[in-house]
Design a protein around this ligand. Structure first.
Ligand SMILES: NC(=O)c1ccc[n+]([C@@H]2O[C@H](COP(=O)([O-])OP(=O)(O)OC[C@H]3O[C@@H](n4cnc5c(N)ncnc54)[C@H](O)[C@@H]3O)[C@@H](O)[C@H]2O)c1
Length: 256
């Protein structure tokens, strides 16, 4: 990836940070873009040469547009974009607040739309966009209506954007991770039995490491994937072949 510039949105933590390290190790200039500006700066410092930090809030179109304008001005263009920004506000569908629903949709789905929109407008010489979707884009989980709906939307956005951007030689693909050890899912281990339930439903019998997702991002960004667009790759230890744990049942068991 020598000479290419990669923007990793949500790059300061978890899967995004592993992706920054991987793309940087392959020679790319890496822009660590995150709503957590201090963490992004620290991460860029850790990478050293060929790294920069930028603030971005994917809920805000001006912020996303500014990110792409600045990176294009500063580095002469962008060839690889990865969107790893995500969060989940859980809750039964009859209990979830509209605010919780909107927050999840804003970051996970509208954020992905804004990243694809402005990446597509700035990639004048082709490129690769990878969206981190989720196993939950196809597999429903109780208490996760907002997250599952958002990620299902990301999978369809991937396909539509792939169709529209192909004439400009911009490839758009998605990755659907299962349970990956990152700060996002730290709460899982606090619910007795929930991790075990996940793993019983994962044929390979363990959770994933962020680096295992970053490997697939690097593949999708490379010429080895030159004929791939509109694809969704399951990286989840086979969990898509089974069922999702019943989160609400686990939480109910905790109640006094
Ligand atoms: N960890 C898992 O088990 C898992 C499984 C499936 C899918 N995913 C998806 O992978 C992606 C990365 O998740 P992770 O586990 O690395 O989480 P993480 O919490 O470690 O990292 C998410 C990053 O996104 C950033 N972010 C949050 N809101 C933002 C915003 N409005 N604008 C810009 N940046 C923002 C956070 O600051 C953080 O650095 C997410 O889309 C998540 O839904 C994770």
């Amino acid at each position: 990836m020598d000479g290419t510039t990669a923007i990793v949105v949500g790059g300061a933590s978890g899967i995004g940070w592993a992706t920054c390290r991987k793309l940087h190790s392959l020679g790319a200039r890496v822009v660590v873009a995150d709503v957590n500006t201090d963490a992004a700066r620290q991460r860029a410092d850790e990478l050293g040469d060929r790294a920069a930090a930028r603030h971005v809030d994917v809920r805000n179109e001006d912020s996303v547009e500014r990110l792409f304008d600045e990176v294009t001005d500063d580095f002469g263009g962008v060839g690889t974009v990865v969107d790893c920004a995500g969060l989940s506000v859980p809750g039964a569908v009859t209990e979830l607040s509209l605010e919780g629903w909107r927050t999840t949709l804003d970051v996970c789905l509208t954020g992905a739309f804004l990243v694809v929109k402005h990446a597509g407008r700035h990639m004048v010489d082709g490129g690769s966009i990878t969206l981190i979707a989720s196993l939950n884009g196809r597999q429903p989980g109780t208490g996760m209506s907002a997250y599952c709906s958002a990620k299902a939307g990301v999978l369809m956005l991937t396909e539509v954007a792939a169709l529209e951007l192909a004439p400009g030689r911009i490839r758009v693909n998605a990755i659907s991770p299962g349970l990956v050890d990152t700060p996002l899912v730290a709460g899982v281990s606090l619910v007795p039995g929930l991790t075990e339930d996940y793993l019983e439903n994962t044929p390979l019998g363990r959770s994933g490491r962020p680096e295992e997702i970053a490997e697939v991002v690097a593949f999708l960004a490379s010429d080895a994937a030159a004929w791939m667009t509109g694809a969704n790759i399951d990286v989840n230890g086979g969990a898509h072949t089974r069922r999702y744990p019943d989160l609400l049942a686990h939480l109910a068991a905790l109640a006094p």
